[in-house]
Design a protein around this ligand. Structure first.
Ligand code: PLP
Length: 294
């Protein structure tokens, strides 16, 4: 049976339980991280832990663990849940258990939960179908909050419209991101992705893809994408820790470019797959020394 981590110990998932007055259960008051593990390599652990600290700082919390402790928890989960080449680690921190009041007066002990899941292998020969929608989320999409109701409704919308798998979001005429992914567009060979701001999650895969593209001499800009530019794109890609780089071939029921995964995506995915292969041969990542949360 799957082994998880809850509040200081490893235990079978079926035995892990949280009190009903946990603020995560009552209010969705907490943050999370998803970290991909390729082979035995924990990808960009320092960056994921930095984003976790930043999410926690944004909700007036400190990390309940040092980077070294997080690493120990992650390695413990990987050892106890073998199998599958690619896995993801889910870390989840809530403000803790307290009487139901919006602001808790007493100092609380955070609830810390972590689990390990296989990343299903994806074949991108046909590409993904996605729809667009107004970005109905809040103004702090840079926080990786566990309260995901807007994202759930947006993905549900995609599913109900035409069985699409993701919704690409537009705010005031500009592309922000997907409900659970970042977005890249390609027009006349130039790759563009919206710059980081409070309306998007600073995706770790997004940053990695920008680095890999630049390293491969594929021009990539962090620049605003207007709604008409999204619809005129030759290629659209989604990125996330569990998807990697996924080509979008249908947008609102119409083909994107030629309606097939495009040549720039092929080049980008090739560089990304090579990068993953190289990691497989490298030792487990060391987290960077703790830095102040921004
Ligand atoms: N944007 C949102 C809203 C997400 O939920 C996610 C991942 O779940 C991403 C972007 C991609 O982030 P990452 O590449 O760090 O997985």
């Amino acid at each position: 049976m799957e082994t998880v981590w809850l509040n200081g110990r490893f235990l079978p998932a079926a035995e892990a339980a949280v009190p009903v007055l946990d603020r995560g259960f009552i209010f969705g008051d907490g943050v999370y991280e998803v970290i991909p593990v390729f082979g035995n390599h924990i990808l960009r652990l320092a960056e994921h832990l930095l984003r976790l600290r930043q999410s926690l700082a944004a909700i007036y919390m400190e990390s309940p663990h040092t980077d070294a402790e997080w690493r120990g928890i992650i390695e413990g989960l990987l050892e106890r849940n073998p199998g599958g080449r690619d896995r993801s680690i889910y870390l989840h921190v809530t403000r803790g258990v307290a009487p139901r009041e919006h602001v808790s007066r007493a100092p609380l002990t955070p609830t810390v939960f972590a689990m390990c899941n296989p990343i299903p292998e994806r074949v991108h020969d046909t590409g993904l179908s996605v729809v667009t929608h107004a970005d109905i989320r809040w103004q702090r999409c840079d926080i990786k909050a566990i309260s995901l109701l807007p994202g759930i409704l947006l993905r549900e919308h995609a599913q109900r419209v035409d069985g699409s798998v993701e919704t690409i979001l537009l705010r005031d005429g500009y592309l922000t991101e997907g409900a659970a992914s970042n977005v890249f567009v390609v027009r006349k060979g130039e790759v563009r992705t919206p710059p980081k701001c409070n309306f998007i999650l600073p995706g770790v895969t997004r940053d990695l893809v920008i680095e890999l593209l630049r390293g491969a001499n594929i021009p990539c800009l962090e620049a605003e994408v207007r709604e008409p530019e999204l619809f005129a794109a030759d290629e659209i890609w989604l990125t996330s820790s569990t998807m990697g780089i996924a080509p979008v071939t249908r947008l609102d029921g119409k083909p994107v470019g030629a309606g097939r995964p495009g040549p720039v995506w092929r080049a980008a995915d090739c560089v990304y797959q090579e990068f993953k292969q190289r990691l497989g041969a490298m030792p487990v990542a060391q987290p960077a020394p703790a830095r102040a949360s921004g």
